[in-house]
Design a protein around this ligand. Structure first.
Ligand SMILES: NC(=O)C1=CN([C@@H]2O[C@H](COP(=O)(O)OP(=O)(O)OC[C@H]3O[C@@H](n4cnc5c(N)ncnc54)[C@H](O)[C@@H]3O)[C@@H](O)[C@H]2O)C=CC1
Ligand SMILES: O=C(O)C(=O)COP(=O)(O)O
Length: 528
């Protein structure tokens, strides 16, 4: 089998060796495509690898009928329409750690350039202007650096700034007093940080919530003569507000690596002598590029060949050791979902899944997604997978509840799925028997022991002498061989069930004849 991989932004050749070494990878590198050319090119590719340049829009995703994985060789995924990818069941992975160091070093370099006006002085010198008066800077020592966003890069910047003998104060919604104390930095609300700082550096992702986080009002509460650094994302700082704040001397200078529009088309900010800038070079080191390309290539190979990834952005990551525990149950969960779709009459409005026994102590999200995949695939088709199963369930207004219990009624593990429709509530429970594989052990309130595979008939009837024989005879006449049969009843002469495994799909006329037999209430065929 050959997988087709399109690399549409420049990636380190040394870093993509996991792709080059893997068998069956057809790698196409086309890094100069226009958005239109890319849209016309994408169909047929299984994987797309990008950096920040390629805009992976909904339009592009819609044209990518075969795409399974988008790999972002870097951190920020704001150039990828995650919602569209998730809806289509395309997994998005990134390389969150590989460029942290380079981005932090670049931030410090930018702050020092800004403080000592190095780019401006160099520019003057280049123009043969020996000017020592215009480029008097300020020291970093004893100044306060405000860090907005203390994640991987923000934290590395904070550590380095302390090395410059700066005081550091940070704001991050996840920053605790203990962590701040451990790092030897101060913390506060965003307002407190903005008010206290001589230099402010932003390190948040670009989200709806962080768009124009630093706007006109934010500049107003800052110290006069504050200096700003942005090596995170254009758009976190409102460029128009920054322009005005620099013009009015509120802001003494700004160092920018990233811009609202990239590549830059409006150079107005750069006309201000207080601005220093680089064209999004934070991650542009040999080391970072190799590292992010290796990480993302490994995930792409791993996903295409084994279905597992380490750094998914649109699917919660599960630690390897937990994955090893739950993976054996994926198939059972999916089959239970499929079984109940066929069993329950009407469309599911609520699905309750209960994990008992061993499973109560592990992360079960992936199991629920597999169960939903089985449940939804019947009606929504092959494109349902564990990436989009939860999204599709939400979209169809299906309420999904998870429950856990250490008590497993004699089994070491048990997955019980209850499906509610407008018409009825149906239930099935399954387990993995040591060495014997998956079994459905309960349907509604009846105990059974059925391998969840092949062609099944679930029959509800009245517990009367001769019913079982009549079913067997009729199926025999219809040339349908019964492989296994289980019976159960609520009480003698009451409601009863038959659960048959048959060797082939029974046609609808056979099912109609079965339904016409006296004492038969209902017949459901389930193909797993
Ligand atoms: N210039 C460049 O070439 C590079 C830029 N980046 C960008 O740097 C940024 C940070 O990357 P990482 O540190 O790896 O990400 P991260 O995910 O480790 O850290 C982001 C932090 O921002 C915090 N945050 C979220 N919303 C916030 C808010 N409203 N206010 C304050 N904090 C908030 C989060 O809690 C998190 O701790 C991203 O935007 C990334 O795209 C990353 C690498 C290179
Ligand atoms: O990793 C990130 O978020 C970056 O901004 C790096 O972008 P790039 O891969 O250099 O286009």
């Amino acid at each position: 089998m050959t997988f087709h991989i399109l690399i549409s932004d420049p990636l380190s050749e040394d870093g993509i060796y996991p792709l080059r070494q893997a068998e069956g990878m057809n790698i196409v590198m086309e890094t100069n495509l226009t958005p239109e050319q890319l849209e016309n090119r994408i169909d047929g590719f299984d994987a797309l690898l990008v950096r920040s340049q390629t805009q992976v829009t909904r339009g592009l995703i819609e044209r990518a009928s075969n795409l399974k994985i988008i790999g972002r060789a870097g951190v920020g995924v704001d150039n990828i329409d995650l919602e569209a990818a998730t809806e289509k069941g395309i997994i998005v992975v990134n390389a969150p750690d590989g460029n942290t160091n380079s981005a932090a070093e670049h931030t410090i370099a930018m702050m020092m350039s800004l403080a000592r006006k190095i780019p401006q002085a160099f520019h003057a010198l280049r123009n043969q202007n020996w000017d020592r008066k215009s480029y008097v800077g300020v020291e970093l020592k004893n100044k306060t650096l405000g860090v907005v966003g203390l994640g991987r890069i923000g934290a590395e910047v904070a550590v380095r700034a302390k090395g410059q003998r700066m005081n550091v104060i940070a704001y991050d919604p996840f920053l605790t007093a203990e962590k701040a104390e451990k790092m030897g930095i101060g913390y506060g609300t965003i307002e407190e940080v903005l008010k206290a700082a001589d230099f402010i550096t932003v390190h948040t992702p670009l989200l709806k919530e962080t768009h124009h986080l630093i706007d006109k009002q934010a500049f107003e509460i800052m110290k006069d003569g504050v200096q700003i650094i942005n090596c995170a994302r254009g758009g976190i700082i409102d460029e128009n507000a920054l322009y005005e704040a620099v013009k009015s001397k509120k802001v003494a200078g700004a160092a920018l690596d990233v811009f609202e529009q990239e590549p830059m088309i409006d150079f107005r900010l750069l006309e201000l002598p207080e601005i220093v800038a680089t064209p999004h070079l934070g991650a542009s080191t040999v080391e970072a590029q190799e590292s992010v390309a290796v990480d993302v290539s490994m995930d792409v190979v791993s996903f295409l060949t084994t279905g597992t990834v380490r750094n998914s952005v649109n699917l919660p990551s599960v630690p390897k050791e937990i994955m090893a525990k739950i993976e054996p149950y994926f198939d059972l969960a999916e089959r239970l979902g499929a079984f109940l779709t066929d069993l329950a009459e009407g469309t599911a409005t609520e699905v309750n899944v209960k994990y008992s026994g061993d499973l109560a102590n592990v992360e079960v999200g992936p199991l629920t997604r597999n169960m939903l995949k089985g449940l939804l695939k019947r009606h929504l088709g092959k494109h349902v997978n564990d990436v989009n199963a939860m999204y599709l369930a939400n979209q169809k207004d299906i309420v999904v509840n998870e429950q856990k219990s250490t008590e497993a009624k004699g089994f070491t593990n048990l997955i019980t799925v209850e499906v509610k429709t407008a018409k009825e509530t149906r239930k099935a429970a399954g387990t993995l028997l040591n060495g014997q594989g998956a079994r459905i052990v309960k349907v509604d309130d009846y105990l059974v022991d059925v391998v969840p595979a092949g062609h099944l008939l679930f029959i509800r009837h009245n517990d009367r002498p001769g019913v079982i024989g009549r079913v067997g005879t009729l199926l025999g006449q219809e040339d349908v061989n019964i492989a296994t049969m289980q019976v159960g009843r609520s009480n003698v002469g009451g409601d009863a069930i038959m659960m048959l495994t048959i060797d082939k799909h029974a046609d609808s006329s056979s099912l109609e004849q079965l339904k016409e037999l006296s004492e038969i209430q209902n017949v459901t065929q389930i193909d797993l």
